[in-house]
Structures are given as structure tokens and as C-alpha cells.
Design a protein around this ligand. Sequence first.
Ligand code: NAP
Length: 307
Amino acid sequence: MMYDMIIVGAGPAGMTAAIYGQRAGKRTLLIDAKGFGGQILNTPEVENYPGIKKTSGFALASALYEQAMEQGAEIVYAQVTAVEDSGAVKNVVTADQVYETKSVILATGAKNRPLGLPEEESFVGSGVSYCATCDGAFFRGKKVAVIGGGNTALEDAEVLSNLAEEVYLIHRRDTFRGEQATVKRLLAKDNVEFFMECVPCEILGDAKVSGLKIRNVKTEEETQLPVEGVFVAIGQMPDNEAFADVAPLDDHGYIAAGEDCLTATPGIFVCGDCRTKAVRQLATAAADGAVAALAAAAYINGTDTQA
Ligand code: NAP
């Protein structure tokens, strides 16, 4: 069976592409390794999506999913390991199956950037988390650390301050990248303590996290924090190596493409956070999904100017 469009990644960009693909009369399959929603699932409150004053990331992702399915899109949960280009037909490869399609839209988003400490990975699920919204409830009444100085770290600290006994916010510089309004709210909390110009240097514990050693980058002074949870919120990074042969990457690992969402390979498109772009927001991910799907439809119809 031949699909018209296979979309790799079911975050806001991919699901928007599916809606536009189906509405263009194309048979569309979404493939995602984890489930639908992508990174927006980690955001408790979305207040900057045009036309929706306030919603949750989960509610928005669920509505997008329903919308795509009601339009007739299909979805499969599997890790895509390769995309092969043989001109008019492309193969999308998963562990169990090879799917044939006329066009591919890469919407792989980005993954959480790890701290890079040697012991970090062994503590994932045992105290180290990359999602306060998902895992915060496990740390009710406990002490936790949040690492980072962007909006994600600030929002995570705020979410956790309502659950945990104590929240230590650790940032490597003396000013925050995230919004001042959130910083102000955190400063007013009794159970949030700031450790500025500090970086984590060791996660302590046997089977579970029992502490975090941090180092002041100016004074070199080390402090041991008695935490059971370490929430890492130091940004995202792309994960596109598997597709680099059909969709070349820029110096930072993002798929090289402009606002037209075209890659170097005719019939292979890219949308959302995984491509080279200046602004990575929900609104720009959705916009990209529309652009990529309409470009793919034009490619299939032979009405594009790409080839
Ligand atoms: P971000 O804005 O890139 O911030 C990452 C933070 O982590 C920065 O403070 C950075 O420090 C720090 N950092 C990076 N690498 C580090 C390392 N190896 N060790 C220690 N610290 C490190 O990432 P984000 O907070 O995930 O946000 C991503 C985007 O989504 C942003 O545009 C953000 O505004 C947006 N966002 C918006 C909302 C909202 O509107 N409600 C919510 C969440 C996220 P430096 O500051 O020193 O570089």
C-alpha cells in the first residue's frame, strides 16, 4: 500500500501537517516513537497560541490529535530508523516494517538536552527527570533541584514549588534567560532557593538520587544539596542523524531548510523545531506543518516548482 505522505513525528508540527495533508485529499500516515503530542505535553499552561487564551499542552495535543484523526489521518507508534529516497517512491523504515510513500515530512522536533554527567543516564526514572509536569507529583513533600535559566526551568520550578518541600533553582549565570515575571513570582516563594552562577557537577545516590553536588563557577566552592529529584531543563537539541543522508543537517544538527520547508531532496519536507529556524514556538511549528503539507501536496500533484 502506498501512502501519499508519511509524517515522522506527531507533535504540533506533524499533526498540523496531517490535518492539511488529509484536507488536500492525500492519504496521510503519522509515525511517532512515543505517542502523539511531542514537547508541548511538558507545558502545563499554554497562553500564547493565537485564538486560545489559556489551555494545557495536553489538552491542545489531544485536540490536535482528534482533529487529525477525524480528518482521516492514520497513526502508528514506532521508531523510524531511516528514510530512503528512490525518486518517486520513498521508504520509511521502522524496526518492524517498511512503509512506501510518495512524500515524507520530517517533524521530529527536538529532545531534551542532558547535563552530560557520567552518572546522569543511570538515574533517569530514579530521581532524574526532564519533565516537571510529568514527574513532579512523585516528589510531593521532598526536596528537588531544577537546573536551567530559561522559561522551562522557571516554569518547572514554579510547578514543583507547589508540590515539593524545597526547590533549589540552579543556573550557570547571574541573570535569567526566562521571563522576569516568573522570576518575580519565584522570588516571592518561601520554598524556592536560587543558586546563581552554579553548575551541577555530580548526582549522588545508589539506586536512587539522594543528593546533588553543585559548584560555583566564580568561587569554585562546592555545595551538596540533599535532593531526591533533579529536574534538568537546559533546553533542547535535535535528533536528526538518521535522516542526514536525505535531508542534510546544519552545523547544529537541525535539518537545513528555509521557511518553504523544502529539504535538499525533492519529495522530502521538514517542519517544526527540527529544522533550521530562528523562532521555535507552538505557533511557528503549526505554521510549518501547514507549509510542509501543502508543499508535499503540490509535489505529489506535480504543481510545485521544486523539482
Ligand atoms: P532555553 O531558553 O534555551 O534555556 C536553556 C537554559 O539552560 C539557559 O538558561 C541556559 O543557560 C541553560 N543551559 C544550557 N546548557 C546548559 C548546560 N550545559 N549547563 C547548565 N545550563 C545550561 O530553553 P528552554 O527554557 O527549554 O526554552 C526553549 C524555548 O521555549 C525558549 O524560546 C522559551 O522561551 C520557550 N518556552 C516558552 C514557554 C512559554 O512561553 N510559556 C515555556 C517554556 C519554554 P544560559 O542562559 O547561560 O544560556
